[in-house]
Design a protein around this ligand. Sequence first.
Ligand code: ZN
Length: 136
Amino acid sequence: MIVYEELRVKTPKREVLLDITSNIKKLVKNSGIREGVCHVFVPHTTAAITINENADPAVMKDIVTYFKKLIPQVSGFSHMEGNSDAHIKTTLTGSSLDVLIHDGKLILGTWQGIMLAEYDGPRNRKVYVQIQGESP
Ligand code: ZN
């Protein structure tokens, strides 16, 4: 069985990591799939997806702050749109991930959450989710 869903996320500022774990968990629950895999894909070139700690929000803030230091939004890039820093951060973070489903639940580590990484917001973003597996 395969279930396809799209999430819409409105990001609040230029650079932020948003915890979308509960949204993804809800889709998995609604799919009725008990054993399988959940594919998550972000169809953007200045937003990305990653897994990291969601217990302490300071971790997400530190990632954004350090990425800003590492790849500042400066002139001098060839791309004329002024958002090359966001494109580079997106490539470093990645556009997709897979999480296993067991017993009807996403299998994440205790401290792990699924984060939508916005690097050129605020914008309306899409997250494509495909849940594959067996349902009773
Ligand atoms: Zn661009």
